[in-house]
Design a protein around this ligand. Structure first.
Ligand SMILES: [Zn+2]
Length: 218
């Protein structure tokens, strides 16, 4: 067991350990309903431990609401069965320039503090033989955002999947987000935000990367 000071330092540093979200082998053995029932029980204990009276009408439904929100909304992206089908189409028009999908909503949560990460993602690729439906990019971003996350891992997970389904390395993913664990606790910096950028293929060339950055900064 790590000592408590080390736990706090590591959390505030927000380091991630791998590109894969660390999941237990039995992560999805239980049904969603079972998980909701168990989380409801545990969250009730947390509320009682901090001193709240759960017999109050305003609080009595909170454990269930939180449990359902965790499983069905905030963290639905942990479960691979919820992954969007990323069907692609042949690039019939032979469009070979940059396609940019920008201002994609990010609603995520920091895995070190379970506080919101809110912001936007911008994604671009240069098609080879395959293209993808635009809304699929938004759905993929949402899927990976809806789990306890680290921003660096989030961009890598999106990038890797898109490179695989589009069968090209020429993809770039940028996320700009505000972390509530930085703005409302700890250092309490209200104005700072975090930008992460990952890319492959021709986006390694400064000129092409700058073209993307110019589009998304306008
Ligand atoms: Zn955090």
């Amino acid at each position: 067991m790590k000592d408590k000071e080390q736990i706090i330092i590591e959390g505030d540093a927000h380091f991630s350990t791998s590109i894969k979200t660390p999941l237990r082998a039995d992560a999805f053995d239980k049904s969603d309903d079972e998980k909701i029932k168990n989380i409801q029980h545990h969250f009730k204990m947390i509320m009682e431990e901090i001193g709240l009276d759960l017999t109050d009408d305003s609080l009595s439904g909170t454990p269930y609401r939180v449990a359902k929100m965790y499983v069905k909304e905030l963290f639905y992206g942990l479960n691979p069965v919820n992954k969007p089908k990323l069907s692609t189409f042949d690039n019939k028009y032979s469009y070979q320039k940059m396609l940019v999908e920008q201002n994609i909503n990010i609603d995520s949560a920091c895995e070190h503090h379970f506080l919101p990460i809110v912001g936007q993602a911008h994604v671009a690729y240069i098609p080879k033989d395959k293209v993808i439906g635009l809304s699929k990019i938004n759905r993929l971003v949402d899927y990976y955002a809806r789990r306890p996350q680290v921003q660096e891992r989030l961009v890598l997970q999106i990038l890797n999947d898109l490179q695989m389904v589009l069968d090209t390395q020429d993809v770039i993913v940028m996320v700009t987000a505000k972390h509530l664990c930085v703005s409302s606790r700890g250092i309490k910096d209200q104005s700072s935000f975090t930008t992460t950028l990952e890319y492959g293929g021709c986006f390694s060339e400064t000129e092409i990367r700058n073209e993307f950055l110019k589009i998304v900064s306008d």
